[in-house]
Design a protein around this ligand. Structure first.
Ligand code: SAM
Length: 259
């Protein structure tokens, strides 16, 4: 069921053999099914032989999103992203002999969670948007069948479609993770690079995450080691809590809250 009821979206089987899948998806999400490509809806969730994608219709529609953990950009990042030396890894405290259990409480397109999993962390990704959840599930399934990524997915990654606030509040203390990672939507991410365009579309579909400061407060009560919050490099901190330290990368900053 969609949480964002004002979202204008339908499922479209873009390949002839995708009809049954599209029907199931439309039922699961409780949204309409269309037989042909149409601009009647702002978004189309399209089922194709290559995977499940999200397309913004209309003349100025942004580039379709299909999450992939095996596309050239991700493979390049896996091979040349800096390993344990990259800012994300340092922020979660990854080091030789310590590969923390991480809850990625704002999974989104799953990229950060996947990178952490590839570096050996046990990652549980949580996402509340039903649309993002089905896109992620589809990408994870495809990645599970790729030689390059099967090991990472099967051994290090778990995904749940849920609201993290609820999930964390129901965690028993013995199940608290070492790290909770947060990368909530940031309203000013509106400039024109490809990634930012993708984020714009994500925000239309998943919302503004205006409750992110509350999520941080909850997260701080459920960890063994730290909460890490990703922010744009020059943005203010989330809420009023001061981080223990910050790690600044080229475009992003990681605010680290140690307990
Ligand atoms: C900016 S995106 C995260 C991008 C992600 N780090 C990546 O690498 O692709 C933020 C996501 O967090 C999700 N989110 C925000 N608050 C959440 C919550 N309380 N529970 C679950 N998901 C949440 C939003 O729906 C959105 O998809």
């Amino acid at each position: 069921m969609l949480s964002n009821k004002s979202l204008s979206i339908a499922v479209w089987p873009s390949g002839a053999d995708q009809y049954d899948r599209a029907v199931k998806l439309a039922r699961r999400l409780n949204i309409p099914l269309v037989q042909t490509e149409t601009r009647e809806y702002e978004f189309l969730l399209f089922c194709s032989a290559n995977g499940l994608g999200l397309k913004q219709t209309g003349k100025n529609g942004l580039r379709p999103i299909m999450i992939s953990f095996t596309n050239p950009t991700m493979i390049y990042r896996l091979k040349h992203g800096g390993g344990r030396g990259q800012a994300l890894a340092r922020a979660v405290g990854l080091k030789k002999g310590w590969q923390p259990a991480v809850i990625d409480a704002t999974a989104g397109l799953g990229r950060d969670g996947f990178i952490l999993a590839s570096l050996g962390c046990q990652v549980h990704m949580l996402e509340r948007s039903p649309i993002l959840a089905v896109l992620l599930e589809d990408a994870l399934l495809r990645a599970e069948h790729s030689k390059l990524t099967a090991g990472i997915i099967k051994e290090h990654l778990q995904f749940s479609h849920t609201d993290s606030m609820e999930f964390l509040q129901n965690l028993r203390s013995q199940d608290y993770p070492d790290v909770i990672y947060l990368d909530p939507m940031y309203p000013e991410r509106t400039k024109s690079s490809l990634v930012k365009k993708e984020m714009r579309m994500l925000r239309r579909v998943a919302g503004d995450d205006k409750d992110a400061a509350e999520l941080l407060t909850i997260a701080l009560g459920c960890i063994r080691n730290r909460v890490v919050v990703k922010r744009p490099r020059l943005a203010s901190t989330l809420g009023k809590i001061r981080p223990s330290h910050q790690i600044t990368g080229k475009t992003s900053r990681f605010d680290v809250y140690l307990i």
